[in-house]
Design a protein around this ligand. Sequence first.
Ligand code: PMP
Length: 442
Amino acid sequence: MSNSSSVTPNDLSAFWMPFTANRQFKKAPRMFVGAKDMHYTTAEGRQVLDGTAGLWCVNAGHCRPNIVEAIQTQAAELDYAPAFQMGHPKAFELANRLVDIAPKGLDHVLFTNSGSESVETALKVALAYHRVKGDGARSRLIGRERAYHGVNFGGISVGGIVSNRKMFGTLLTGVDHMPHTHNLSKNAFSKGPPEYGTDLADELERIVTLHDASTIAAVIVEPVAGSTGVLIPPMGYLKRLRDITKKHGILLIFDEVITGFGRLGTPFGADYFGVTPDIMITAKGLTNGTIPMGAVLVTGEIHDAFMNGPEHVIEFFHGYTYSGNPMAAAAGLATLETYKDEDLLTRGADMGDYFGEALHSLADCPHVIDIRNIGLVGAIELESITGSPTQRAFSAFLKAYDAGVLIRTTGDIIALSPPLIVDKSHVDTLVDTLRTVLKSLE
Ligand code: PMP
């Protein structure tokens, strides 16, 4: 038991940590107390190189003075404004700036507070769009195996991670999943999009045949599946999905929570793959990980269907108390300015080559069964120990942390996604540390 006066860093019982084995964590807590640019400072005063941009979100590096100042100024000037029936200038400005950098055609923005909320918002927009068009029979949603779309009910229903779903009983009905595209027997050690597997997109045709296109509202995919281990789609796969969805009047939703804001060396994954979805989901890098915020971009056609819809549809019945929150909007504006001033949204194109080559130099380390990369994101997949599918990567995570490098693991996959300000010496430190760590694994 604890009360507020006794909750100190020595009492770790009250905070039920997300996605963390609390019992293990309490035995050897790892705490960050500061951060600057590419590094965290631990509670013990150690510097830890951030190999993951926090949780794929701190794209411009930590504690950037202009973003800090924008938040401070906004907090003192206008802390909060009601989100319904009222506005404040910065939310409108941020929507405009987002539309400026988004793929052409995505020109209206709904704000949320996280990636998970952006996913729910996108799914609801898709369903409601068909209804306002008088096509309400289109209610099925199609996701993909090994997809992560946040933790809310819509997101775990279309998501494809068994452990995120199995504890929660009946989820959304009318959901189908396409197969994932990860194929180590054909595509191991690929650089960029792998060669084999384009025709996996045709699985969508199979689902259409099964249910009839007239019942399907939308398909949702991450351009590159991040959280389940950096699964890069085969060449041409997303284009083919786009063709099939278009042919059947199905909306295509890209979940760009990770791939948005420069991660692949282009502003959005849509730009990298040359495929524009009907709805694009973002969060994370939008405010450089500072104030929680997400944004969902939709085409004019979707937006106008609501604006010109039947008489009773005078508004979209959806939104959050904090939609377009002033401090988040100020953080977003300062973040986009930083990305622009420092060309960060395309920096991953050049640095990505160096990063990719460096990662692939680890190919001969023990237990490595795959290395893959695209832009400034990559993964090292390790052979799992039978009966313990996470043991090696988690052990690598702990050893790397002790050696001063933050990596992320999922199953026996190590994922790397440094802030986009990363330079060659950081990449060298990251990879040299990992080489030592991998060589020390059982
Ligand atoms: N979609 C994708 C593709 C993500 O990677 C994430 C978070 N890793 C989410 C949605 C959920 O975002 P949040 O944790 O901000 O709710």
